[in-house]
Design a protein around this ligand. Structure first.
Ligand SMILES: Cc1cc2nc3c(=O)[nH]c(=O)nc-3n(C[C@H](O)[C@H](O)[C@H](O)COP(=O)(O)O)c2cc1C
Length: 359
């Protein structure tokens, strides 16, 4: 499916290191996702023929509109990588101009590129020349910090270079996740560009999809943490708010285990890999909070002190402490019932437990 046909009004599954693994994307597709992206893939590592990096660009057979996100600083290398991923089946090629992690920004990658709009333009131009049929999209942040919110320069540079779509994550690099996403700034970009804009930041419940899209004047919204916390967000996008109880959620988590075992293999090696990913996902699933009894909605930025829980199972699934996360992971992997009475005693959760690894 062509990206520009698939985009209007949709929720794009964000590129997420670790989170956008192939079986998790398949789970999201089963729950209604239509546009998906790979984890960030470093062009140089593809050039070095690293197997782990090639695994990231693999498309699932049932993926209707799959983009590969590339990161790099060198226009020729990025152009080469764009042609490669197109030849391997990507429906579009996305460029990471937003990764905040020091390890990458020190090398000039990700958000560091955002400080040099001319380089953005040159990279997009080179990649556009290298691909034959697929769109090239650019994902930017609002800037490096509050003093340097150069999002209009970045967005125009991407458009001038030939980007077909620009995605804007409504925060600066230094803000990380501390502040709410600035959808008005996203709206400024949408108003300034001729090409479509996808807005990104803090979408967790279905009513926020349309509200954010309208506020940002965007063609579509992109969701990251919301999708890790509740992969059924895509179904909610078409059906409205779904009040899934603990059992219904566990059924979805079990489906991930099945897909993950299919992908990594149901042997000792494969199960170790599945366990590693599953434990990571369980750390997001425990953050799920329902609509409150008074009808108000918990926000992505505030963690609920006492989520509204209806059963011992929901209470267990909401625990963010290590023994509970390990217990739930092991039961899911073993395909065994999750019996709250058998769960280990809670331990205190460190204050920074919500910190996430960003790409
Ligand atoms: C675990 C995780 C990994 C991420 N990895 C990437 C990545 O590889 N590439 C990228 O452009 N953004 C990455 N991001 C950022 C998201 O794509 C998104 O821009 C950001 O989380 C804001 O959206 P949200 O408020 O819906 O979470 C990552 C985010 C998370 C939570």
């Amino acid at each position: 499916m062509r990206l520009l046909d698939a985009l209007p009004g949709t929720v794009v599954m964000a590129p997420m290191t670790k989170g956008s693994n192939l079986p998790y994307r398949r789970l999201c597709l089963e729950l209604g996702a239509r546009v998906t992206l790979s984890e960030m893939t470093v062009a140089r590592r593809l050039k070095q023929k690293r197997r782990g990096e090639f695994a990231l660009i693999r498309r699932a057979p049932d993926e209707p509109c799959f983009g590969v996100q590339l990161a790099g600083t060198n226009p020729e290398e990025m152009a080469w990588a764009a042609a490669l991923v197109e030849s391997r089946g990507a429906d579009f090629v996305d460029i990471n101009f937003g990764c905040p992690i020091d390890h990458f920004t020190r090398k000039g990658l990700g958000a560091a590129m955002g400080r040099q709009p001319n380089r953005i333009r040159r990279i997009v131009e080179a990649m556009k020349r290298a691909v034959t049929a697929v769109p090239v999209t650019a994902k930017i942040r609002l800037g490096w910090n509050d003093e340097d919110r150069n999002f209009l320069d970045q967005a125009r540079a991407a458009e001038d270079g030939g980007a077909d779509v620009v995605t804007v994550h409504g925060r600066t690099r230094n803000a990380r996740y501390r502040l709410a996403a600035d959808w008005d700034a996203i709206g400024e970009v949408a108003a300034a560009l001729r090409v479509p804009v996808v807005g990104n930041g803090d979408v967790l419940f279905p009513h926020e999809i349309e509200a954010s899209r309208t506020r940002g004047g965007c063609l579509a919204v992109m969701a990251a943490r919301g999708v890790l916390i509740k992969p059924w967000l895509f179904r909610e996008a078409s059906e409205g708010y779904l009040d899934l109880d603990g059992e219904a959620r566990v059924a979805i988590y079990r489906r991930y285990v099945t897909l993950a075992l299919e992908h990594w293999g149901d042997d000792v090696h494969g199960r170790a890999r599945v366990r590693e990913f599953l434990r990571w996902h369980v750390g997001f699933w425990c953050r799920y909070a329902r609509r409150r009894d008074d009808g108000s909605w918990p926000g992505m930025q505030q963690r609920e002190g006492t989520p509204v829980l209806r059963s011992d199972l929901e209470a267990l699934l909401a625990r963010g402490d290590e023994p509970a996360l390990e217990f739930v992971t092991d039961r899911l992997l073993a395909g065994e019932p999750i019996e709250p009475a058998a769960a280990p005693a809670p331990v205190a959760v460190p204050l920074d437990a919500d910190a996430v690894v960003e790409g």
